[in-house]
Each structure stands twice: as structure tokens, then as C-alpha cells.
Design a protein around this ligand. Structure first.
Ligand code: 9G3
Length: 569
């Protein structure tokens, strides 16, 4: 490709509203341009990188036995009414009316569409299992689009859906797709972890997120420093492993704590530590109130509360709701003599507390010397807290560290949540009507491009892994007005292309400094400079990732380029 023929609008300055590396560099190097908040054009260089990533995705998904199709982005609302999600999703689901005033959604995901397709086509277990995937633009009206392509309102996703007559068959496909994902992200040279995740609104159990480790990641990963255990912080299990204290239990005592409400305030006022206090928070769980207790130095994990109580809605009660339900304002709430209609559950760590502090359900008062077994009626103990750095890893190996992650993939065992709701049934080998068992598997393709850009750059610009770079070689004649340089460059251009290298020729009449700065920004793996020594048939070859430079005769050039491409990653 000749640069005078394409569109690579590089920028000198760092754009003001881009505050992470990948966003700044993809804008400056002329890969993307924003059309509206969270909505981008992929310019020619980005389009080529997308094609490279998609090629890797297709190869691995096809190896896993999946078959590609393409579904509509316009989805009739009736399908989402059947699954019940038309009402459960709010403004994030983009909706529109057609000319007949019928309601549609712009596809945020395709469980409804694929299930409605297959319920008409699959009648017998003999047609199962089946794994279908597509690579398509998705629409989600994110409240806060940010970080360029990392969180957009229109983005490219590979979404796959598998259909099974047995749970074992789903397990097999899940493993195959899991392996495909590991291969995909390894081939993209990404530093990723597969982490245990929460299936959220999707229902079903068993789900993993593929997280690229990055300081700008929005998710927190809890991982072991001595094993491959890794989990989304929401899901990381905390072992019920605490020391039982040998402290003598003293008599319960009501103490004045005027205007002392937070754990920190109460603990310091009573000359105690946070871990000697019981944190009592009231939650609205579906339509009842539950008082959740954790040790004062721990945080309640509402996802765990929700999963433990098998609830669909779990929200912290507002101060007013707390006052009305318990008759006392937050800050003095405690579990002792709690009202009959308020269930009390506690994190495992609370079980081991002695002579603890808790609210007295009276403004200005707390209890001290609280004995859990003597003074509190707790209906159940469970793992209800967020794991913390230094906690033992749930697999018993090592201790927990934290890292930030960018979610680039998510695989789910859905079960029959959609086939039940939408009549996705088949006749099993005994002629019985059964609901198809489903899995679904997503990769953020445009997000993966951004994650690669975030991981691969230096102070001068992007540094693409060779398998994803828009071109292999950047061929730069320093002076296009110099016949020798121009002719040698054009000869090398056709030689390289005849050997199937992808070449970007900078044939612009720009100053050398501009050409080299642009070349560093664009980040192709190899740069060939045709300069003063063109008259001797000598060119300079520079490896973008290592900075190494070689002077090479044109006779040896093709071999040199092939060797470099075989050694870099
Ligand atoms: C919506 C909107 C946003 C959404 C969803 C639906 C996330 C939604 C979860 C999934 C699950 C899997 C297939 C590929 C892999 C992920 N955000 N999810 O369902 F209407 Cl606005 O998308 N879908």
C-alpha cells in the first residue's frame, strides 16, 4: 500500500480527552476517530488490525468445532418480551421503532435471536450439539463510555452460542471454547488470566472471564502468588479459616458512644481495633430485610449475599428504610434483640469474635463484650465478605494478591434459562420433550485491539505484535525526489510483495523527521529506510520492538526480513 493512497491522519499532539495510552496512541497514529461519545470509525490501519484479530478468532473457534453465521442487529421486541429481558434491561438497551411503529432493540447480545432461530430448526437430539458464532457490531448505551475502544457504545463482539442435549455435552464444549480463548489471547501476545466469575443476570453456574492484566482495568482480580488460582474479586471465595480466640468472655455492657457512628470512630472512641467491632448493615433482599454482619475490618460482598440468598435483587437499605425497619438510625444498628422479621446472617469471621463491639440499636449507644453465641441469634454463617490481599488462597496454595484486569472474554454455562423461556425444546432419545441446554461465549474484538495497543507501546508510539500489525514492513525512501532512492524503494516494494510481505510504502513528499516520527507512531514491526547509501544498494533495517538496526544490501534484504519475522513475536 502506498501511503499517498491511504488515510493515516497522524497527530503531533496528545488529544485532550484521551487519558489512557491506547486511546491516545490509536488517535495520534491515525487508527481511529471518534464520531460521537463511545462511537468510533476504524480507519484503514485499525480495520486491518481488526481483520487480523478476527482471523485468529475464526481459526480457533473453527478448531473448537464452532460454525460461523451472521444474525441481524435489529431485534424485534417480542423476542425480548418472551425472555423477560425487555423490561429487565433499562436505558442501556438501545431501542427504536420501525416505520410501522413496531418496537425493536439494537442487538446488545443475541441469546434471544439465536434461541428463536434454533427452536424452529432443532427438533431432535440427533442434531445436537451445535455451536454457532458470529462477529458483529453490538450496541449498548453505556452510561459512561471511556478509554476509547475499551468501553464504547458500539463495539465489535464475537459471540458464540452452544446447544446440547446433556450437561456433559455442554461441559465438553465449554472446555473446547475455553481452550480456544486461551489460544486466541496467547496468539495476541496478551498477558491474561482466566478468572472465576459471576454469571450475574445471565443465570446458570460456571462462568469464567478472560482478563488482560492492566493498571487501567476496571475489574479487580484476586490471584494466588503460588498457584494459578484467579477469580474476579466479586467471586473470590474466602476460606472459613480463623483462629479461635482464648479470651475470657466478659459480661455484656451497654456503653455510651455519643456521635460515634462509623467503625473507625467507635473503635477509636472505645480504644479498640476495627476487627473487634461487628459491622451491621441492613440490606433489602427482594422484598424482605436482612441484617448482614461482618467483622469491622472486612467489607460485605453484595454479590455473595445475593448468591447465598439466591435473591434477584440485593440493595443496601437507605438510612430512612433502616430507621423505619429497625427503629434506629444507621451507625448504631446492631444484631442484639433484632426484630423477628429481620433475618440476621453473618460472615464466617464473626463466629470467632469474642468481647466484640456492636451497635445497641439506640442512638448514642453500643454494646461491648458481645459474645456471638450468648448474645446474638444468627440464622446462618456464610462467606459474605470481599477477599483481601494476604488472605489464604481458596485452593490452599499461597496467599492472595490483587491485580486490575480488562475483561476481553466471558464464557458462560447458561443451562436452560433461554430455552425454557422461549420453547427451545427437542425430543430426546426416549422421545421426551426436553429444553436445550445452552452455553454462550463472548470476546470483545474491538476491546481486544485496544488491550493490545495498551500493552504494546513505547514512548514513541505503538509496537504491534507481528501477527496483528496492519502491515509487516514500513518501507521509507527518505527523499522521494532522489531518483536513486525512489527507484530502489519501488524495486524493493515489488520484491517484498512478491514474497507475500505486507508493505506500507511511505511515498509522501514529507521531511524525513515527519516520516520517522509517523513510522514510530504507527508501530509496524520492521522499518526499511532507503537513504544516502541507496547508490550502493544498501538500506537500513530497524526492528521496532528491539530498536536493533542493520545495514543490509538489497541482495540480502528478503532473507534478513524473513529471519527477523521468524525471531520477533
Ligand atoms: C443487554 C444489554 C447489556 C448486556 C446484556 C444485555 C451484558 C447482556 C451479558 C451477555 C452474556 C453473553 C453472549 C456473548 C457472551 C456474553 N450486557 N450481557 O446480556 F440488553 Cl443493554 O452479553 N452474551
Amino acid at each position: 500500500m502506498k501511503q499517498s493512497m491511504t488515510l493515516i491522519p497522524t497527530l503531533r499532539e496528545v488529544p485532550a480527552d484521551a487519558d489512557v495510552k491506547n486511546h491516545q496512541l490509536l488517535l495520534r497514529a491515525g487508527y481511529i476517530r471518534q464520531n460521537a461519545s463511545g462511537i468510533y470509525s476504524y480507519l484503514p490501519l485499525a480495520k486491518r488490525v481488526l481483520q487480523k484479530i478476527e482471523a485468529v478468532v475464526r481459526e480457533e473457534m473453527d478448531n473448537a468445532g464452532a460454525v460461523e453465521l451472521l444474525m441481524p442487529a435489529l431485534q424485534q421486541s417480542e423476542l425480548w418480551q418472551e425472555s423477560g429481558r425487555w423490561s429487565s434491561y433499562g436505558p442501556e438497551l438501545m431501542r427504536l421503532h420501525d416505520r410501522h411503529n413496531r418496537e425493536f432493540a439494537l442487538g446488545a447480545t443475541h441469546e434471544e435471536v439465536i434461541t428463536s432461530l434454533l427452536r424452529d430448526e432443532i427438533k431432535s437430539y440427533k442434531k445436537l450439539p451445535l455451536t454457532l458464532y458470529q462477529i458483529q457490531t453490538k450496541f449498548r448505551d453505556e452510561k459512561r463510555p471511556r478509554f476509547g475502544l475499551l468501553r464504547g457504545r458500539e463495539f465489535i463482539m464475537k459471540d458464540a452460542y452452544s446447544f446440547h442435549s446433556t450437561a456433559e455435552s455442554l461441559d465438553e464444549t465449554y472446555e473446547k471454547v475455553f481452550t480456544a480463548y486461551s489460544n486466541i489471547f496467547s496468539r495476541c501476545q496478551l498477558n491474561f488470566r482466566a478468572v472465576i466469575a459471576d454469571s450475574g443476570a445471565m443465570g446458570g453456574k460456571d462462568t469464567h472471564e478472560f482478563m488482560v492484566l492492566s493498571d487501567i482495568g476496571e475489574d479487580t482480580i484476586a490471584y494466588s502468588n503460588e498457584s494459578d488460582y484467579a477469580a474476579n474479586i466479586e467471586m473470590a471465595e474466602v476460606l472459613d479459616q480463623y483462629e479461635t480466640s482464648s479470651e475470657e468472655e466478659f459480661a455484656l455492657e451497654k456503653v455510651e458512644t455519643p456521635n460515634q457512628k462509623t467503625i473507625d470512630e467507635v473503635a477509636s472512641f472505645l480504644n479498640k481495633n476495627n476487627h473487634q467491632c461487628i459491622k451491621s448493615l441492613l440490606f433489602k433482599v427482594d422484598d424482605e430485610f436482612v441484617l448482614v454482619l461482618v467483622r469491622g475490618d472486612h467489607e460485605i460482598n453484595d454479590i455473595k449475599v445475593k448468591n447465598f440468598l439466591n435473591a434477584s435483587i440485593v440493595e443496601l437499605a437507605t438510612p430512612d428504610e433502616t430507621k423505619e425497619a429497625i427503629g434506629c438510625e444507621v451507625g448504631y444498628v446492631g444484631p442484639i434483640n433484632m426484630k423477628e422479621n429481620v433475618k440476621v446472617i453473618a460472615d464466617h469471621a464473626v463466629k470467632y469474635m469474642t468481647n466484640a463491639i456492636c451497635g445497641a440499636n439506640e442512638v448514642g449507644y453500643h454494646y461491648s463484650n458481645v459474645s456471638i453465641s450468648r448474645d446474638i441469634t444468627i440464622s446462618e454463617f456464610a462467606d459474605l465478605r470481599f477477599i483481601q490481599i494476604g488472605d489464604p488462597s481458596p485452593d490452599g496454595k499461597g496467599t492472595i494478591q490483587f491485580a486490575k484486569g480488562i475483561e476481553v472474554g466471558h464464557v458462560f454455562k447458561l443451562g436452560t434459562r433461554y430455552s425454557d423461556a422461549m420453547g427451545g425444546n427437542f425430543l430426546d432419545e426416549n422421545g421426551r420433550n426436553q429444553a436445550m441446554i445452552m452455553g454462550c461465549y463472548g470476546i470483545g474484538v474491538s476491546r481486544t485491539l485496544a488491550a493490545v495497543a495498551e500493552q504494546f507501546n513505547d514512548e514513541n508510539g505503538l509496537v504491534w505484535p507481528k501477527d496483528l500489525a496492519p502491515y509487516d514492513v514500513h518501507l521509507i525512501p527518505v527523499n522521494m525526489k532522489d531518483d536513486t532512492q525512489r527507484e530502489l524503494a519501488e524495486a524493493l516494494y515489488s520484491d517484498l510483495r512478491s514474497k507475500r510481505f505486507e508493505v506500507l510504502l511511505d511515498d509522501r513528499a514529507e521531511r524525513p523527521g515527519v516520516k520517522f516520527a509517523d513510522s514510530d507512531l504507527i508501530g509496524l514491526p520492521i522499518r526499511i529506510t532507503v537513504g544516502k547509501k541507496a547508490s550502493e544498494g544498501i538500506v537500513e533495517v530497524k526492528v521496532r520492538s528491539t530498536g536493533e538496526v542493520h545495514e543490509v544490501s538489497k541482495e540480502n534484504l528478503l532473507e534478513t526480513i524473513a529471519n527477523i519475522m521468524n525471531t520477533i513475536s
